[in-house]
Design a protein around this ligand. Structure first.
Ligand code: MG
Ligand code: MG
Length: 250
């Protein structure tokens, strides 16, 4: 069932969203060649805990990190490790959640490590823009399929594909709530969008095919064809005054 939030609940979710967004901004300051993904995870965990919140992902389904940190052809759910060192030219996806006052925030960014290839740069840009296109569809009376169709319609113009196996979702007391918010879809199909919905809209975009595979670590998802993948996510609420982007800060 879709959990519709009232004004007080959305107000409470602003705090979780802000801490989530700030943790990502803080992590970005530390993204550079030579740094391990475990170090970035430590930075994120201490930021969230100092803010009085809890990392949403830590222990979620047994996940060992506070953030999912995924490099290059890794799509999502990369496990932070002292052995994974960022290299010049990598793209790194950092996905963070913070839980406070009974609510979660959920947000992800893709960062360039130093100078990256023009292909990587374009992928990052197009993925962010596909989020913006999706957000334009987040309005009362539209359907969830309008969001996915906006993402897919935009990225396929560049020859890219949207991952199908993993999707966005509702956010609230639980990190993952109804409805599913796919990055593909048919306009006019799916659950009707209404005020009080809070969603994690999160395009996961591959340069190659949409197919993914799982590493035998039980978590890391990577592109089946080895192509680069980018991720861009915010937790957004639909209020009577319009869209509130809870995790976009700075
Ligand atoms: Mg996320
Ligand atoms: Mg999410």
């Amino acid at each position: 069932m879709i959990q519709i939030k009232n004004a007080a609940q959305i107000l409470a979710m602003k705090k979780a969203g802000r801490i989530t967004g700030e943790a990502l901004l803080t992590a970005r300051e530390h993204v550079k060649a030579g740094v391990s993904t475990k170090y970035l995870d430590d930075v994120i965990r201490s930021y969230i805990e100092r803010a009085g919140a809890k990392p949403s992902f830590l222990g979620y389904g047994g996940f060992p990190g506070s953030a999912c940190i995924s490099i290059n052809d890794e799509v999502i759910h990369g496990i932070p490790s002292a052995k994974r060192i960022l290299e010049e030219g990598d793209i790194v996806k950092i996905d963070v959640g913070a839980f406070i006052d009974g609510f979660h925030g959920d947000s992800a960014r893709t960062f360039a490590v130093g100078r990256v290839s023009p292909e990587a740069e374009q992928l990052i840009k197009v993925t962010e823009e596909s989020f913006r296109r999706a957000l334009e569809q987040f309005k009362a009376g539209n359907r969830i399929g309008d969001i996915g169709a906006a993402v897919e319609g935009y990225v396929t113009k560049f020859g890219y594909s949207a991952v199908r196996k993993y999707v966005g979702h509702g956010v609230g007391h639980d990190l993952h709530e109804s409805p599913d918010v796919p990055n593909f879809g048919t306009p006019g199909r799916g659950p009707r969008i209404c005020q009080g919905m809070v969603l994690a809209i999160e395009p996961m975009i591959n340069i190659g095919t949409p197919n993914v595979k799982e590493l035998n670590d039980g978590w890391t998802v990577l592109t089946a064809d080895g192509s680069l993948s980018a991720h861009y996510e915010n937790t957004v609420a639909l209020t009577p005054d319009g869209i509130l982007n809870l995790t976009e800060v700075g």
